[in-house]
Design a protein around this ligand. Structure first.
Ligand SMILES: [Fe+2]
Ligand SMILES: [Fe+2]
Length: 321
């Protein structure tokens, strides 16, 4: 068969069999691409050529946003080789802001003060419940116990320290822990438990420990001076006094946190509990100013820094078993 006849035969065959081995393609206006028609309610995805991904059709001007699992953020798709840079509202100025509780060991106190004031939130703006209030006050007590522990250690080893630091810490105990915090416990917490007949013996012990603690603090305040701290006998008595205070108040605060405060909460209605919480906050502001708790915490920091016990990281052990 000649080449001419072969061509004629092929054209006739194609005209008679237009659908053989081909998919119907709708006729689209120039430049548009056909979208597959899916049954109503179907979530099937159009089949795309290998290596390509279907993109949802958005109304003009909209940009499709991928749905991400909760808590995840979509990352912009960048051309190959580009590196994504997060877009910030505005670049914050570089500042030496240290998170609360973290400070380089060799930082100057003045630098630290500025940094801390910038970094610490105004915690009194946050409403705290009565028990939360009491427990964070125990946090102040625990930090004083650490100061006492450091000074006790120095008294034993003969390492010098300024007696003013001890006096300052003891005055925080007197004003904040004893007169204020323990005053709240004795005025509000213990009477509620007594009326309910709950933990009566424990409360009696706690009250006795408050009284003994005040006697110990009397001694510490009276003798926290450089002259007394140069006398070996007085140093030994001071160390014993600090140790007694530490020994008593660690279990004291722990028992209150874990048993006494929860029991107190169980004896009163939610309305009464909220009312007592408001009263605690009001008394705190009246006693120590609008940012009362925060100011007490800040008064601890220079003492801790001067004694070299502020940096939290120093208490992390190196573990190698
Ligand atoms: Fe107490
Ligand atoms: Fe307490």
């Amino acid at each position: 068969m000649s080449t001419f006849l072969k061509s004629v035969f092929f054209l006739v065959t194609m005209a008679l069999c237009p659908l053989s081995a081909q998919s119907a393609q709708p006729v689209m206006p120039s430049g548009q691409q056909a979208q597959p028609v899916m049954p109503s309610g179907s979530t099937a995805q159009p089949v795309m050529p290998s290596g390509r991904q279907a993109k949802p059709v958005m109304p003009s001007g909209n940009v499709a946003q991928p749905v991400m699992p909760s808590g995840q953020q979509a990352q912009p798709i960048l051309p190959s080789g580009d590196t994504a840079q997060p877009v910030l509202p505005s670049d914050p100025p570089a500042q030496n802001v240290l998170p609360f509780g973290e400070i380089a060991a060799n930082s100057e106190p003045t630098q630290f003060r500025q940094s801390t004031e910038n970094a610490m939130p105004q915690q009194n703006a946050i409403e705290v419940s009565a028990v939360e209030d009491l427990m964070r006050e125990h946090g102040v007590l625990r930090r004083v116990l650490l100061i006492y522990e450091e000074i006790s250690s120095r008294l034993e080893s003969g390492t010098p320290f300024s007696a003013d630091l001890l006096a300052a810490a003891a005055n925080i105990v007197r004003n904040f822990v004893e007169n204020y915090h323990e005053g709240l416990e004795e005025q509000y917490i213990f009477p509620h438990l007594g009326r309910a007949g709950i933990m009566v013996d424990v409360v009696a012990t706690l009250q006795k420990q408050h009284a003994q603690g005040r006697l110990l603090t009397d001694y510490i305040i009276t003798n926290a001076n450089d002259m007394a701290m140069q006398d070996p006998t007085q140093c030994a008595v001071m160390k014993a006094t600090l140790d007694k205070f530490i020994r008593m108040y660690r279990p004291h605060a722990a028992r209150e946190d874990t048993e006494v405060f929860p029991a107190f909460k169980g004896t009163i209605s939610q309305e009464e509990y909220d009312s007592i919480g408001d009263m605690f906050e009001q008394q705190e502001q009246e006693s120590f100013g609008e940012n009362g708790f925060q100011s007490v915490v800040q008064s601890l920091e220079p003492i801790e820094q001067a004694l070299g016990i502020y940096s939290l990281g120093q208490f992390t052990p190196t573990v190698s078993f």
